[in-house]
Design a protein around this ligand. Sequence first.
Ligand SMILES: Cc1ncc(COP(=O)(O)O)c(C=O)c1O
Length: 389
Amino acid sequence: MERIYLDHAATTPPDPRVIEAMLPMYTTYWGNPSSISLEGQQAHHALDASRKLCADLLGVSTREVVFTSGGTEGDNAAIRGAALAQRSRGRGSHIITSAIEHHAVLHTVEQLEREGFRATYLPVDADGVVDLDALEAAMTDETTVVSVMAANNEVGTIQPIADVVRIVKARNPKAVVHTDAVQAAGAIDISPKTLGVDLLSIAAHKFYGPKGVGLLYIRNRTPWQPLILGGSHEKERRAGTEFVAGIAGLAAAMKLAWDEFEQRNARVSALRNRLLFELPERVPDTVITGPTDPTGRISNNFSCCFRNVEGESVLLALDMAGIAASSGSACTTGALEPSHVLTAMGIDADLAHASLRLTLGTDNTGEQIDYVLETIPGIVARLRSLAGG
Ligand SMILES: Cc1ncc(COP(=O)(O)O)c(C=O)c1O
């Protein structure tokens, strides 16, 4: 049976063109980029070329690009690095984030709270949009770091980051704004200059690049200190021999995502919209989670809850029917706690347990979506009848 992969928010299959761009880093340019030898210099040039490509695509300078091991490290380094640097300059220790961030952000902020920082977790509305009035009210002279994600990984909600930046800087120009753009990269314009952010993190594996590599943008002169200490790699901002092949893959994947932005998003959103509009018609008691207006969510994300079924059972039945799906964030799958994102959006725990996330990619076809739309109603009906519902 052909597998239908609808979990692109968890990770994407690497594009063969990306792998092609990585291979020479293993066969030819395998030297240590910090070595003085010819082998080292060749690897260094390859690394420089990747950095230049990433910086150009983001519209920033090469000095503002630090390569990381992915989204989690980027989020940790951005928030922790800015919070500690701001505190050491005597600028205060108040952090603001939102209640629906990825755990890479939430757990970093919670750890900083244990280290003496104060944190505010902004509420969101029923669509998962962050409350800008609450942001304005929370800002103080002591606020030094604000982190709000560009798009949510569970329900796809796009956040008004430019407005976040405007509100923060108007109240306290010295406060630093970070955005986790891990899910947004390739789906919306994430140019740091357009958004106005000081720090931005992305991960290659969410847009057909390799796993274990990402990028942190750090605007020039942003108060920030490194998380990982050691050698002088990445201009002393991230120690450790660079993952040259992964970084080449990241750059190639970014180039493709930027070049093919229009056609990829048009194609994926047309298929996603079929789920958004047709699935609730075919399955009674389906509650769409996140914006029902397709323009309010990233193009590949569909998410919903089915009343009176267990989300986990739906996922298992879908997997047996050849469909790879998720209940929300890959990290909360298998957890007993309902998703913190759905809870923050005001969805009750029972309903939140019956969540389904289908995230599409460039390889999905109309026939696959036909099959999904035909298969899900039977699965939900069977599970409801088993549960006596
Ligand atoms: C919004 C968001 N932030 C951060 C991460 C973590 O990224 P990585 O898996 O590259 O560490 C993810 C991964 O799912 C994500 O969706």
